[in-house]
Design a protein around this ligand. Structure first.
Ligand SMILES: *Cc1c(COP(=O)(O)O)cnc(C)c1O
Length: 387
């Protein structure tokens, strides 16, 4: 059994993908070919925003968003420690300082109440109110918040946007896992000042390599993002008005994504069906917590993650599944504030107890739109027998 079965999807749309790849080979516009614009327009429509700017990866999407927000040395950016490293890595790469904020124990997303606390503590420069990063020199400017739509579930953006607005901070939505998720009728990717996503093959909308996109409703922001994507280009090719990146999406990947986008909405429904089947079977276990989806939210189920009662129970269930040839994964085994790469922030064990507890007990089950009912049955019966 596969954790994510990309071959089952490819079998469905292989000939369409091949046709589109042949078109690219025929026209030869490998960089910024016509498929890019078509894909950007289609995805902007799907997300319900005015602008979609394709780029080379989800990491570059986040980097571009922070560069557009002029984030750099002297700035603080609030985010969750319970995420993939890229979310906080880009803050560091630009010389800014991540300020971590603990998660909600039920959704695993950045807890808006903790965000308020962290901002108050930071403003008062009082680490006794909330754990703060070590920093020498004058206090940093509180510049932005990066909420992460973890496992495909959007964060509470109405509350987070209000908190950020009151402090004149920008909200940059990390929808690398969230694209296709819903918040009060609005699509993930459209929920902050800008939204960022990834087309890494294992994401809900994946290509056959690396790719990403940034979303915004603001025309000026879109123009700056396009400029950053191509070496800070101005009005013409060798006019550089700012420092930028080489962060373009490949034409071939856009061609592949066009074929995948056509079936994306249907795949979201199939994912929902798989998630419901899991929850129906596992919710009676007593020692496993199944995912919590608040009223008015829709997850795209980038992962189906459950919380075992203890770390030891997690190991035993994972072992039993492994013996039966069923892969599982742990997202994330170590929260970012405890990663060596961030050690100079001076955080300690115990600073973000909800994230640390989730890291010790969470694990994810095979999840993709083509998971069969009999496989779900088998997975769940092994889990329930092992408890
Ligand atoms: C995958 C991921 C990224 C990075 O995307 P890449 O395309 O791999 O660079 C960023 N944030 C989160 C939450 C992710 O899951």
């Amino acid at each position: 059994m596969q954790f994510i079965d990309l071959a089952a999807q490819q079998e469905r749309i292989r000939s369409k993908i091949e046709d589109r790849i042949h078109e690219v080979l025929n026209h030869g516009k490998y960089v910024m070919g016509p498929e890019i614009l078509t894909f950007e327009e289609s995805l902007a429509r799907f997300v319900g925003v005015n602008y979609c700017i394709g780029c080379a990866s989800g990491t570059d999407a986040l980097l571009m968003a922070l560069m557009e927000a002029d984030v750099g040395p002297g700035d603080a950016v609030f985010t969750t420690p319970f995420t993939f490293i890229a979310t906080a890595e880009v803050i560091f790469l630009l010389g800014a300082t991540p300020v971590f904020v603990d998660i909600d124990p039920q959704t695993f997303n950045l807890d808006a109440k903790h965000l308020s606390l962290a901002i108050q503590a930071y403003s008062a420069q009082d680490a006794s109110m909330y754990p703060l990063p070590a920093h020498e020199g004058p206090p940093l400017t509180q510049k932005a918040v990066i909420p992460v739509d973890l496992f495909g579930l959007p964060c509470d953006y109405d509350v987070i946007n209000d908190i950020a607005r009151a402090r004149k901070m920008l909200v940059i939505e990390d929808a690398a896992q969230g694209l296709g998720g819903l918040y009060k009728g609005r699509q993930a990717g459209s929920l902050g000042h800008v939204g960022c996503t990834s087309f890494f093959p294992a994401k809900p909308l994946g290509c056959y390599g690396d790719g990403g996109a940034v979303f915004t409703n603001d025309q000026e922001t879109a123009e700056i993002l396009k400029s950053i994507r191509g070496h800070g280009q101005g009005g013409n090719r060798y006019d550089h008005v700012r420092l930028g990146l080489n962060a373009r999406l490949d034409t071939l990947q856009a061609a592949i994504l066009l074929s995948k986008l056509e079936i994306f909405q249907e795949e979201i429904h199939l994912r929902q069906y798989v998630a419901e089947a899991y929850t129906q079977r596992l919710s009676q276990s007593g020692t496993l917590a199944t995912p919590f989806i608040p009223e008015g939210y829709g997850s795209v189920w980038a992962q189906y993650s459950v919380l075992a009662e203890t770390s030891d129970l997690r190991s035993r269930i994972q072992e039993a599944l492994k013996d039966a040839g069923i892969p599982t994964a742990i997202y994330y085994p170590k929260p970012l504030h405890l990663q060596p790469a961030f050690s100079n922030l001076g955080y300690h064990v115990g600073d973000f107890p909800v994230s640390e507890d989730a890291s010790a007990r969470i694990f994810s089950l095979p999840m993709h739109p083509y998971l069969k009912e009999k496989d779900i049955d088998r997975i769940c019966s092994i889990i329930l027998n092992g408890i």
